[in-house]
Design a protein around this ligand. Sequence first.
Ligand SMILES: [Zn+2]
Length: 301
Amino acid sequence: MRRRLFATTLALVLFAASAAQAQGLTKIAENVYSYVGVKDDSPKSSYAANAGIVIGTDGVLVIDTLSTAKEGKRLLKDIRAITKKPIKYVVTTHAHFDHALGSSVFTGLGATLVGHELNRAYLAKNGENMLKKILTFGLTPQDVAGTRIVLPSLTFTERLTIRMGGETIELIHLTPSHTPGSTLVYLPRQKVLFAGDVLFTDFHPFMGEGDIPGWVKALDFIEGMDVTAIIPGHGPLSAKKDVAEMRDYILFFDAKAKELAPTAKDAASLAAELKQLLPARSQGAGMIQYNLMIKYLPAKK
Ligand SMILES: [Zn+2]
């Protein structure tokens, strides 16, 4: 009897999980929903970037906005399947296009765009160029139609706490890491952390603009946090073991790339060599080579 009850409960849980997946956003904790473990990692699906929401009594806070206006609208549709409350705030974890260029969809609804001062500066300097450049990353003009660069109107430099309808959202900037302005979004009541691209789980990370010592510091900080669920920038719902693996990954990549770059023939051959040494993760061939071209072998493209 107990076993049947267990089986029924399990079936219900699995059904609920698949129903949540079908909606797009998965319930992570009370009032917190997110994309996690998106399977489609194509350019048209924001390279499987995660994004999420916190729902307060009087409104919604969105964390990251995907890569284009079209993708931002997909997120908005998935949010509207869960709540009709007004969207009050949009927070971007960093200024890379797959996390930030859907923002105009939400500011167009009257939401306040919140971001680190360095993310604002990055977008102000590179935003228009980034918008042109994404056409070389596999997106068509139709995919990016309607996408506009919007700059955060509310900025901070170290920490910012947003209190919205009974929920507390803490924005934490420690040091340059994945990008200069990469920000952790922490929900202390739920013990949930949106790590942005400070954490990639099961995906090869983009390291081209990374500050490795700062990145290690940020990962050490996360390991010391009171968290029970971590949403990475790309990949499935994660835990502290994934944070430790990420630190091992970037330290190993950095050391090996520096060791082998001086004698490497070109980025492609070094990428093939590194791929043999690194753990198997998604987006390997392209991302390893891209990191090498930008950060370690700029003269040997
Ligand atoms: Zn990124």
